[in-house]
Design a protein around this ligand. Structure first.
Ligand code: SF4
Ligand code: SF4
Length: 472
C-alpha cells in the first residue's frame, strides 16, 4: 500500500462515524481487517454490502458546501459552512457567523462576485477565497447541469498541502429530470431512503414506459414480520390514500405496500399495479381506496382490477372503495365480474367512508379460512399461434377467431368506446391500421376482453407484459 486510507461503509444512513462505519488503515492488512469488520455491519437497519476505500487526507480545515431548493425564495440556494457539515442545522443555529447562504438566479447562475461575497462574509479572503470561489461556481454549474434537487460536499477539505478536496459527496437528482440523464444510469427515479426492492424496480419500469396517469409503488416492509395481518394497499391520490391507510391501521392491519394510481391512469396501468401488489406473497387482503371523489372515469380502474384479480385467481378478501365519476358502473363491473373468484370482493362508492371499508375488510379477514385458500398465482395464458392479433401501446391484443362462430351476442365491437373494431365475416378485426392502434388509438381499456369473457367466450386476451414479474 502506498498511502494510509479511510474505509467507509456505503449505506443509506447518516452518522456512519459514530456507528463504527468508518475505519482507518496504514497497511494493507489493516485495510483488510477494517473492511472485514465493516462489511456485513447493520447500520440503522441497513446491511453494509460495499465499502469505499480512499486516500486518508491530512486535513487542515473542514468545510461544508450544499445546495437546496429554497421554498421561500423559490430558487436554488447555496449553503457554505466554515465549520464543516456534521450537524449543519445546529451549526447554523449556534454559530450563524460561520454559515453563509446565497440564492442563485436561475437564468444566470452563481457568478464569481456572488461567491466571493459569500466567502467574504465568513472572513475568507486571499488565495483560499480564490480556491473556494472556484469550487462554489463549479458546484452550482454541476447541480444545474444535472438538475439536482439537493446536493452536498461534506466535508469539503483544505489539506495540509493547501489543496481543496471534495472528501465525500451526496446528490439527489429531481425525479422528473432523471429521464434526461441516462448517462447517470439511475435505476429508479424515486426518492427512497434505502435501495429499491426488486418489485419496486419492476413497478418503476411500468411507470417509466406508460405516462398515462401516475403509478407509485413502495414496499413498506420488504421483510415482513410474523404475526401481522398484511394488506396489499392500492390508493388513488396522495391525501385520500393517507386517510385510507390510517383507516387500515385503525383496524389493526399492517400495510405491505403503498401504491398510488391516479391522474386518470389507463386500465392497463391499474391492472399492472394490481398484479404487482398481488405478487407480494405475504398479503392476506387487498384494499383499494382513495379520495372517493375522483374525476376520472372509475370503470377504467375497475376493469384493470378485475383483469388482475381474475388472472391471479384472487383467493383473499378484497374491499374496493372506488368513489368518483361513473362509480356505479365501476361498482357493477367489480361485483359482477369477480363473483366466480375464490376471494370475496366488496365494492363501495363515494358515500361509504374509508373507515367503514376498513371495518368491512376486518370482518371479512376474521372469517376467512386461509388454509382453504390456494396461494395467489398469476396465470398468463397464450393464445394459439395463428390467432388474429395487433399491437397496442404497451402490449398486444390476441383474438382467437375460431371461437367467434358460435358467439351469438358478439358484444366485443359494441364495447369498444374507441370505435376501432369492426366485424368482418362475423369476426372482430381492427377498423384502423395496426400502426394507429399501436400509437394509442387502442386505449387498452380492456372492455373488449371483459365483454367477451363474461359472455362466456374467452376469445380475446390482452397481453400486458410486466418485465421482471414472474408470469407463471
Ligand atoms: S365476443 Fe368474443 S367470441 Fe364473440 S365475436 Fe367477439 S371476440 Fe368473438
Ligand atoms: S380494442 Fe377497443 S375495447 Fe379493446 S382494449 Fe382497445 S380500445 Fe379497448
Amino acid at each position: 500500500m502506498a498511502r494510509p486510507v479511510v474505509i467507509k461503509a456505503q449505506a443509506w444512513v447518516t452518522d456512519r462515524a459514530q456507528s463504527g462505519g468508518i475505519g482507518f488503515a496504514d497497511t494493507a492488512d489493516q485495510a483488510y481487517q477494517q473492511s472485514a469488520r465493516i462489511l456485513g455491519m447493520h447500520l440503522k437497519g441497513f446491511t453494509v454490502e460495499q465499502v469505499l476505500v480512499e486516500e486518508r487526507l491530512k486535513i487542515e480545515q473542514e468545510y461544508f458546501l450544499g445546495l437546496i431548493i429554497d421554498d421561500v425564495s423559490q430558487a436554488p440556494m447555496l449553503i457554505f459552512s466554515s465549520m464543516g457539515g456534521s450537524d449543519i442545522e445546529e451549526i447554523a443555529v449556534e454559530h450563524p457567523d460561520r454559515v453563509a447562504r446565497c440564492t442563485a438566479d436561475i437564468a444566470s447562475g452563481v457568478q464569481t462576485p456572488q461567491a466571493e461575497g459569500l466567502l467574504e462574509n465568513l472572513g475568507i479572503r486571499g488565495k483560499l477565497q480564490h480556491q473556494l470561489c472556484d469550487v462554489l461556481v463549479k458546484f452550482y454549474r454541476f447541480c444545474r447541469q444535472y438538475e439536482m434537487r439537493s446536493a452536498e460536499i461534506n466535508p469539503l477539505v483544505l489539506t495540509a498541502t493547501g489543496q481543496i478536496v471534495a472528501a465525500d459527496c451526496h446528490a439527489v437528482v429531481d425525479d422528473y429530470a432523471v429521464f434526461r440523464h441516462p448517462e447517470l444510469d439511475i435505476e429508479i427515479a424515486r426518492e427512497f431512503d434505502r435501495p429499491p426492492t426488486e418489485l419496486e424496480k419492476i413497478a418503476y419500469q411500468v411507470e417509466a414506459k406508460d405516462h398515462r396517469g401516475t403509478f407509485y409503488f413502495f414496499q413498506m416492509v420488504p421483510q415482513p414480520l410474523p404475526g401481522e395481518t398484511y394488506v396489499g394497499f392500492h390508493g388513488a391520490g396522495g391525501g385520500g390514500s393517507m386517510m385510507s391507510m390510517d383507516a387500515l391501521l385503525g383496524q389493526g392491519f399492517a400495510i405491505a405496500n403503498y401504491c398510488d394510481t391516479s391522474g386518470n391512469p389507463s386500465a392497463a396501468k391499474v391492472y399492472r399495479a394490481a398484479k404487482i401488489i398481488l405478487s407480494q406473497k405475504n398479503i392476506m387482503a387487498y384494499f383499494a381506496s382513495g379520495s372517493g371523489v375522483a374525476s376520472q372515469e372509475q370503470f377504467h380502474s375497475a376493469r384493470g382490477l378485475v383483469k388482475a384479480f381474475c388472472e391471479a385467481d384472487l383467493s383473499i378478501p378484497a374491499v374496493i372503495r372506488i368513489g368518483g365519476n361513473s362509480e356505479e358502473k365501476a361498482i357493477e363491473i367489480l361485483t359482477t365480474f369477480t363473483r366466480h373468484l375464490p376471494g370475496d370482493v366488496e365494492a363501495y362508492g363515494r358515500d361509504t367512508s374509508a373507515v367503514y371499508c376498513a371495518q368491512r375488510l376486518k370482518a371479512m379477514v376474521s372469517k376467512w379460512d386461509y388454509r382453504q385458500s390456494p396461494q395467489i398465482q398469476s396465470k398468463f395464458k397464450k393464445a394459439p399461434m395463428d390467432s388474429y392479433w395487433f399491437d397496442t401501446l404497451t402490449g398486444c391484443i390476441v383474438i382467437d377467431h375460431t371461437r367467434c362462430a358460435d358467439c351469438i351476442e358478439k358484444p366485443c365491437v359494441e364495447s369498444c368506446a374507441a370505435r376501432i373494431l369492426k366485424f368482418e365475416a362475423g369476426k372482430p378485426v381492427l377498423s384502423i391500421s395496426p400502426a394507429e392502434a399501436r400509437k394509442g388509438r387502442c386505449t387498452e381499456c380492456l372492455a373488449c376482453e371483459l365483454a367477451c369473457k363474461f359472455h362466456g367466450n374467452r376469445a380475446i386476451f390482452i397481453e400486458l407484459p410486466i418485465p421482471g414479474l414472474d408470469q407463471g
